[in-house]
Design a protein around this ligand. Structure first.
Ligand code: MLC
Ligand code: AMP
Length: 497
């Protein structure tokens, strides 16, 4: 077997791997549990041979046992979001077309019917964990191992497929750059259907034999309480989480503030990423904790590409230099490399870059040029350090670290019985980074409130995708070609605030 992450676990067998709501588990526990899951999935077969397995579990031991179990059976792990309503889950399950759907018992009622309706095998994590262990296949590192869904500039989310070798490259790059080691203890609060929580936090921790303490969800008070116990040494989160932690600290009384600030001295490193970290948040965090947040840049398709240094000066507003093993270049519209100081699109080449979009060979081809992945992000390089300037597409929104497609939301809003036409944009927001806003034209004589729209929207879309603001307009600004002008929509929304 050559899944390095799992082979390495043997070396740390007696150490604590996971602390979660279910209890405390060693690497040996994880190896045993994932072996049982693998046998359950194999169900007498020799190898899953890169068949996808969709799974849903709350952040915790069952989640990791399922993920490792799928890998050890030779399958592709396709984690499902806990926050997606039925239509979005149906889309992912239909697009992935898994051989098996696995659920933690808490999600059985939601997932069992979805699997049954499609004639898919369904299993419970509890059932799998209680089963016997059997022989497991050899799994080559070149095999596909994970599908993560990410929004794009066209249509519905795409499944980003990574191989074991990709994940190993993503992990080793960060382990080297940030000096992860077995004495580390990380607090995990991120959702586990995205690369930030899955790779940067859990997989890196388990690679080095560190402790991964998993909270069921982000809660500012819980995070501060855990930091106050001076066990965690690492914390990684999106900017919105740091903004919320600052808000909590500011509301605390003087004694508690002092206690929380002092406890941060125990931390070795605090990292921010997945969206631009406002310089004001970086400065405030430094004032409160003494830590200069290490900002880095990444993407589902490439893992992490750029990072400020672990040692040395971290530049506010910059995402640093290429990580070990990663090549980065900036290009203009004609694909020529730009000179230092000139803005260009970030292109990345590295062994960490994903294999393909699941079932979308055309989209995969279009996203590469000469073996370089086109990120769609625009940056400038100054003295070797990169600063993100924005994105090529106005239709990609980052809210609280989640990437959302404006087009996907518009498509859903157009099915609202009162909406004639609409345009969705991301407006700057101090907490969310960008805040999703909708400008809508209503059908004759209709009325619609933001509360009404949100209640309806949450049945179709994850709640973080549902617009937070609604403005009703008589017409949408259009360009000479008759296409809605998103920059002008933003101006209209701004003028109504
Ligand atoms: C929650 N809400 C959001 C939201 N999260 N609204 C906009 N954007 C978001 N991200 C809304 C809910 O719908 C709800 O609305 C209200 O806010 C409170 O919800 P909550 O669940 O209590 O919020 P909270 O727990 O505080 O969640 C905020 C958060 C979460 C920041 C912890 O959004 C989060 O975990 N974000 C991280 C996403 C992530 O991991 N991204 C990495 C992608 S990988 P209502 O109406 O119900 O009150 C990537 C690559 C890389 O980007 O470089 O890392
Ligand atoms: P995702 O597709 O969810 O993986 O999100 C990746 C996107 O997040 C990138 O393409 C960037 O637009 C954005 N991103 C990640 N890190 C940063 C950062 N430090 N600063 C600005 N944007 C970032």
């Amino acid at each position: 077997m050559s899944i390095l992450l799992i082979e390495r676990a043997e070396q740390h067998a007696a150490r604590t791997a996971i602390i979660a709501a279910e209890g405390k588990f060693t690497y040996r526990d994880l190896l045993d549990a994932s072996g049982r899951v693998a046998s359950f999935l194999l169900n007498g077969r020799r190898d899953l041979e890169e068949q996808p397995v969709a799974f849903m579990a709350p952040p915790g031991f069952h989640y990791v046992a399922l993920q490792w179990g799928i890998w050890r059976a030779g399958g592709i792990a396709a984690p499902l979001s806990l926050f997606h309503p039925r239509p979005e889950l149906e889309y992912v399950i239909e697009d992935t077309h898994p051989a098996v759907v696995m659920a933690h018992p808490d999600y059985a009622a939601l997932l069992a019917p979805l699997a049954a309706e499609r004639g898919l095998r369904f299993g419970l994590s509890s059932e799998a964990l209680a089963g016997p262990e059997g022989p497991l296949p050899e799994v080559a590192v070149t095999r596909r191992c994970m599908i993560l869904y990410t929004s794009g500039t066209t249509g519905k989310p795409k499944g980003v497929v990574a191989t074991h070798a990709n994940i190993a490259a993503q992990v080793t790059s960060l382990v080297t750059a940030w000096e992860w080691n077995a004495a580390d203890w990380i607090l995990e609060v991120l959702p586990l259907h995205h690369v930030h929580g899955i790779v940067n936090v859990i997989s890196c921790a388990l690679w080095v034999g560190a402790v991964c303490e998993i909270l069921p969800r982000f809660d500012a008070e819980q995070v501060w309480n855990r930091i106050a116990r001076q066990e965690p040494t690492l914390f990684m989160a999106v900017p919105t989480i740091y903004v919320k932690l600052i808000e909590y600290w500011e509301k605390a009384d003087a004694t508690r503030r002092q206690q929380l600030s002092a406890a941060c001295r125990h931390m070795r490193l605090m990292v921010s990423g997945s969206a631009a970290l406002p310089v004001t948040a970086l400065e405030k965090w430094r004032e409160i904790t003494g830590h200069t947040l290490l900002e880095r840049y990444g993407m589902t398709e490439i893992g992490m590409a750029l990072s400020n240094p672990l040692h040395g000066r971290r530049i506010p507003g910059s995402v640093g230099t290429p990580l070990p093993g990663v090549r980065v270049r900036l290009t203009d519209e004609s694909g020529q490399t730009v000179t230092s100081g000139q803005p260009g699109e970030i292109e990345v080449k590295s062994p960490a870059v994903f294999l393909e979009y699941w079932g979308k060979p055309m989209e995969t081809r279009k996203s590469f040029r000469e073996g370089w992945f086109l990120t769609g992000d625009v940056a400038v390089e100054e003295n070797g350090s990169f600063r993100i300037l924005g994105r090529n597409s106005v239709d990609i929104i980052k809210t609280g670290g989640y990437k959302v497609s404006a087009l996907e939301i518009e498509e859903v809003l157009r099915t609202h019985p009162k909406i004639e036409e609409c345009a969705v944009v991301g407006m700057p927001d101090p907490v969310w980074g960008e805040r999703i806003c909708a400008a809508v034209i209503l059908k004759n004589g209709e009325e619609l409130t933001i509360e009404g729209l949100r209640d309806w929207g949450k049945e179709q879309l994850a709640s973080y995708k549902v617009p937070k603001d609604l403005i009703v307009v008589k017409e949408l600004p259009r360009n000479a070609m008759g296409k809605v002008s998103k920059p002008n929509v933003k101006k209209v929304i701004e003028s109504r605030r």
